[in-house]
Design a protein around this ligand. Sequence first.
Ligand code: APR
Ligand code: PHB
Length: 394
Amino acid sequence: MKTQVAIIGGGPSGLLLGQLLQKAGIGNIIIERQSQEYVSSRIRAGVLEQGMVDLLREAGVGERMDREGLVHDGFELVFDGRRERIDLKEMTGGKSVVIYGQTEVTRDLVAARTASGATTFYEVPDVELHDLKSAHPYVTFTHNGELFRLDCDHIAGCDGYHGISRKSIPEGVLTEYERVYPFGWLGVLADTPPVNEELMYANHERGFALCSMRSHTRTRYYVQVGADEKVEDWSDQRFWDELKSRLPEETAARLITGPSIEKSIAPLRSFVVEPMQYGHLYLVGDAAHIVPPTGAKGLNLAASDVSTLYQILLKVYREGRGDLLERYSQVCLKRVWKAERFSWWMTSMLHKFPGTDAFSQRMQQTELEYFVGSEAGRKTIAENYVGLPYEPIE
Ligand code: APR
Ligand code: PHB
């Protein structure tokens, strides 16, 4: 079997890259470990930056997002009993974000791929990458008991943090940067109306809380929990009580609760590998970097990697610009590190750190106070939250 670009992983990164390449007439095959149903039902993030919104439209999958997505022009920071709105639109000269779940993005991409007739192998347990440094790399795997060899020009490693792409790079090539935070987020999805029209990020002495949503009738709430907490220990009632205790009184009083549709705990970590490429293998999205969810950057960062690789491959196949390939990692990493910084900063500013001393607590409070009290501070938060610009490939 032969294709131009072999895509490992059919999460949002792999599917979006596949769809863009497909539209441009560049051959690609996606190889995914899980089933299509599993991929389409994972509950993840829900805030899309303008750059990602534009990219989804360019890929031809923006129709339902444009119809059902909620445009948000601001969000709130809650601390010290105060609610402070960050006006994204005003602070960025007209930019905003769109609330549309990653689950929905994935479903739209899967539907578009099916309609395009492009090949996807699901439930592949044993992908291996070969000859990454040669001009003729290839991928081997079994599907339904049959052994396959896929020859290609390039391999996009879109297989997430636990994938095999990053692990296929020889030891000594990559440098890893990591920070593991001493807490996690307990998230609940429920069919209840949102407590507030916009997202609320709360710093509270009991720990961080976030009020988010998927639509006017579906909400996503989170509370910070200890790193060793078990989801089984959190009944719906305990979750709602804890959430309410961390919100301003009038907000807690308005909160409508209901049975959880999904409940899970996610650890928080920052992670980056450098470089994001090796020979003809390019790491994309979570395969190369993880951000704590506090800045809503994970999915958006995956989209900007996809955009960079797509722009480069387009010029490689249409204009013979093979020279651009070596720039992939460097272009991505510049934006990746800035999003890492913002996510780390939002995390540091909003969470309760176990064992922290009184001075650090005052510093955190003052940091919030300073940023929301200054126009420059609000602008800094807003321009990062709506997403820093994509670098054009020339
Ligand atoms: N072979 C094939 N596929 C694999 C393998 C493997 N060895 N290992 C993992 N995969 C698949 C996973 O099953 C998953 O479907 O790769 C996909 C990776 O998807 P994600 O982890 O979602 O990563 P990515 O597509 O980069 O999406 C970016 O942004 O909001 C964040 O973490 C969130 O998932 C989100 C991410
Ligand atoms: C979510 O809705 O799941 C969500 C929103 C904002 C974040 C993180 C998660 O910062």
